[in-house]
Write a protein that binds this ligand. Structure first.
Ligand SMILES: *Cc1c(COP(=O)(O)O)cnc(C)c1O
Length: 532
């Protein structure tokens, strides 16, 4: 077997550990009980297997001559080796269950275990999407209840539960907008979508995917979009404005009502990126702000697991004007019975003629497990609890802001933020330390870094979203590390940053090389291949 050092991915720096007294090189390559783990291809052998089945006897081949003749060289492992491999890898995961995960814009909050418990109830977990509807009435009732609460909280008219993530929801909302313009005969003329420069990359990508041209809306020096700036770029060629509120700088768009009025006056629709709903839930209703379509990331606002932890879910809510174009399927209540409407009634002359669904977005009805978790979250919090969660999310972000404002710099002055606080790299000026170095050093301190270099409108952005589920003690620890690092950078301790992370299983990677020359295929080292 090769030595563990050889397993380091391309670009890992050698020798960093030697310069760091806390992490001496070991003979084994392991670091304490953090055990070095090679790839399965290196670890396994084609001579081994974890299962021991007798050769099937008396089975006539039915593959008509295309059956494999020789072994294909797949590597095998014994059962204990397999188990250890995956357990060791799992210990490399950093998760919201292991510590603060302050990724701005991602809302990495605690996933209450009650939600998990409810989602595992066999009546929810063990049903099949093709089961007859009368056998899954409880599931449909839950979808109906979830729809009801999403509409109540957003003040909108209709909801599509099927989109499977925020970006998928954007696509859903924008297809509905396109369908509405097609229905009114204006699709040919309206070819432009307005997107502020601070938007998440998925916004312009969604517009471009649907064939729209993206026109940027500049932000004011205070980080928000002025109604006048929107008026300037609005025209008869505009199909929609995509605006995030609170925006990606963590600021509430103060002109939002006036912006919505201008957009509607110009015959366009207002798509709101609802990824930051956690700041305003149960405080403000997007419907009252003039929103026509908005996705809700259940995996952000309503605590369903995400990242490596689970599938997302991005229901879209629609205004009265767009409701008829919402996609299928749709849950309809008829007395005590629920129906999943799966077909466009217009095709065979029946159905609800007010509905003009644009089609469907997914094979089935969406991410059922996430619906159950989100519903459990809503019911266990109640409306007062949801409001408190929003307030606490904002309070926590401002606690961080106020605690760090003397050592870290804010791009738009020292003003109250929403659920996330944005810093820029002005405080690192002249230190030789970049935003990336600073974030990497945070890994050595035992923290997952914040979102960096986003939003793009801010130089060297560091976007921190602590969420409401961090305690004061946890925030204080995080603040103490950020302060100490900021002070170390200013004091000229540059080496600490350039070599970071020194204590992680992998050191600093050559990110440029990884992006330009990714190694996507494992190749056996020469001698090992000869031995096979
Ligand atoms: C997370 C996010 C999205 C995309 O949502 P996904 O569920 O990751 O597809 C879009 N916009 C903003 C502002 C976001 O934070």
């Amino acid at each position: 077997m090769t030595s563990p050092t050889d397993e380091r991915p391309a670009g890992a720096r050698e020798g960093d550990a030697a310069s760091c007294p806390a992490a001496p090189e070991t003979f084994s390559g392991n670091r304490g009980l953090d055990i070095e783990e090679p790839l399965l291809f290196t670890l396994g052998s084609s001579q081994k297997t974890g299962v021991d089945l007798p050769e099937p006897r008396g089975l006539a081949p039915r593959l008509d001559g295309v059956a494999r003749r020789g072994p294909i060289g797949l590597k095998g492992l014994s059962e204990p080796e397999t188990l250890r491999h995956y357990v060791r890898l799992s210990r490399r995961n950093y998760a919201i269950d292991s510590g603060i995960f302050p990724l701005g814009s991602c809302t990495m909050k605690h996933n209450p275990r009650l939600n998990e418990r409810v989602a595992r109830l066999p009546g929810f977990a063990d049903v099949h999407p093709l089961q007859p509807q009368q056998t899954v009435q409880g599931v449909l009732a839950l979808m109906d209840m979830l729809s009801h609460w999403l509409l109540t909280m957003t003040g909108l008219e209709a909801v599509a539960l099927s989109p499977k993530a925020g970006a998928h929801g954007e696509l859903c909302g924008m297809i509905a907008i396109k369908a509405a313009h097609e229905a009114s005969g204006e699709a040919e003329r309206r070819r432009v979508v307005l997107v502020p420069e601070s938007a998440h990359g998925t916004n312009p990508a969604t517009a471009a995917l649907l064939g729209y041209r993206v026109r940027a809306v500049p932000a004011d020096s205070d980080g928000t979009v002025r109604a006048e700036a929107v008026a300037e770029v609005l025209g008869e060629d505009v199909a929609a404005l995509m605006l995030t509120n609170p925006n990606t700088c963590g600021l509430f768009e103060r002109d939002v009502v006036e912006i919505a009025r201008l957009v509607h006056e110009a015959g366009a629709y207002f798509y709101c990126d609802g990824a930051n709903l956690n700041a305003i839930l149960a405080k403000a209703r997007p419907g009252d702000l003039g929103v026509d379509a908005m996705h809700i990331n259940l995996h952000k606002t309503f605590s369903t697991p995400h990242g490596g932890g689970g599938p997302g879910s991005g229901p879209v809510v629609f205004s009265k004007a767009l409701a008829p174009f919402a996609p299928l399927p749709r849950v309809v209540r008829d007395g005590e019975t629920f129906h999943l409407v799966e077909h466009d009634g217009r095709a065979d002359g029946g159905g609800d003629t007010r509905q003009r669904p644009f089609g469907r977005l997914t094979a089935f009805h969406g991410q059922m497990g996430m619906f159950v978790r989100a519903m459990a979250y809503m019911l266990s919090h109640g409306s007062d609890g949801l409001r408190q969660a929003s307030e606490d999310a904002v309070l926590n972000a401002n606690y961080l802001r106020a605690s760090l404002r003397d050592v870290m710099s804010q791009p738009f002055g020292d003003r109250i933020c929403m659920h996330e606080v944005l810093f820029d790299d002005a405080f690192l000026k002249g230190t030789g330390v970049t935003t990336l170095d600073f974030a990497k050093a945070l890994i050595d301190e035992g923290f997952h870094p914040m979102t960096i270099y986003f939003p793009l409108v801010v130089h060297g952005a560091l976007l921190i979203e602590p969420t409401e589920s961090e305690s004061r003690a946890s925030l204080d620890q995080f603040i103490a590390s950020l302060r100490a690092l900021a002070e170390a950078a200013k004091a000229g301790d540059r080496d600490r940053f350039l070599a970071a992370p020194r204590l992680a299983p992998r050191r600093r990677l050559d990110e440029t090389r990884a992006a330009r020359k990714p190694v996507l295929r494992w190749m056996a080292p020469e001698p090992a291949r000869a031995a096979e």
